[in-house]
Design a protein around this ligand. Sequence first.
Ligand code: HEM
Ligand code: HEM
Length: 300
Amino acid sequence: MQSSGISQVKGVDSGILINAQGDQWARFRMEQLSTYGGIAIAGIFALIVLFYVVRGRIPIEGGLSGQMVRRFSDYERIVHWTLAIVFLFLAITGLILLLGRPLLLPLFGKDAFSLLASASKEGHNLFGPLFLVSLIMMLISFARRNIYERGDMTWLLKGGGLIGDGHASGGFFNMGEKTWYWMVILIGLVIAISGLILVSPNFGQGRMIMGLSHVVHTIGALILMTVSIGHMYLGSIGSEGALEGMKTGYVDINWADAHHDRWGKVCHEENLIISAEEYARLQGEKPDVTAEMATTEQVK
Ligand code: HEM
Ligand code: HEM
């Protein structure tokens, strides 16, 4: 509810003396958003620790072979790590703004916390637009390989290979990765657009739009942050051999066969596998950027 009146001041919302909706928004932000947001982030951490204790690291069937296959180009890895670093910076600065008052203020005291909070706000506002740029780079270079295929359903039916011992079939990317990818792109765009509305309130957006953008921005950010914790776990300590691809551009052929069997098959058929010695030589020198890679077209 807003009470509208008449004012000589020209500007959006200038005729509104009492903005009851603003009060509702502030209460929602202070009570629901920060409480449930904090619980969601802490909850997913706890779940992952539990999963790791119960299931441990997902091993590669037959262990590592040492024979490698090219998976990502240098450019693709730069795109991934730029997006990841910008996202993590925005996530940390955003969380300082959202949860700092209840969690950090009592720890650091007023002076240190106000310095940290204003630095986070400036840093968040400054780096925000970079997120949109890296998101568009990710959209352009990874989209084609993330189009869903009929074979992806079997991955879902097998619980992604996380449940039981069944083998979950996958192409260059499996269904779980494709879903993560489209979440990053679509929810990321919502976060970026709402963030840009918040960062430059000079285009006639009134309090209503600002409040709505803030809620959409924070809920979107909380969803992506929560799922990203699962992604970072599975992309590193959670799954043997997975990080190698984003670290060096090459993966072990046994990893490819275990997690991306349809792509692995193409790598065998097209003779794209290199020996451990050749791989060591390439790592010692500069890896060949133009090395042949099996693309989705070949996988389909
Ligand atoms: C410590 C942090 C991270 C690690 C270790 C990591 C690891 C990985 C790995 C290993 C892959 C390739 C998987 C494969 O070869 O199939 C990958 C892909 C990807 N990662 Fe990350 N990642 C991290 C952070 C992030 C963050 C913060 C984001 C974005 C919010 C992100 C977004 C993506 C996307 C969109 C893909 C491509 C998935 C696809 O195209 O289907 N990553 N990551
Ligand atoms: C184009 C990208 C982005 C822009 C322009 C942007 C901008 C903003 C702005 C202007 C605020 C309000 C800051 C203030 O209180 O003064 C904000 C808050 C926030 N942003 Fe972003 N942001 C972007 C991306 C992200 C991303 C990727 C995340 C998470 C991964 C994120 C998480 C948050 C959080 C948690 C808040 C705190 C909300 C609160 O304190 O109530 N933002 N953002």
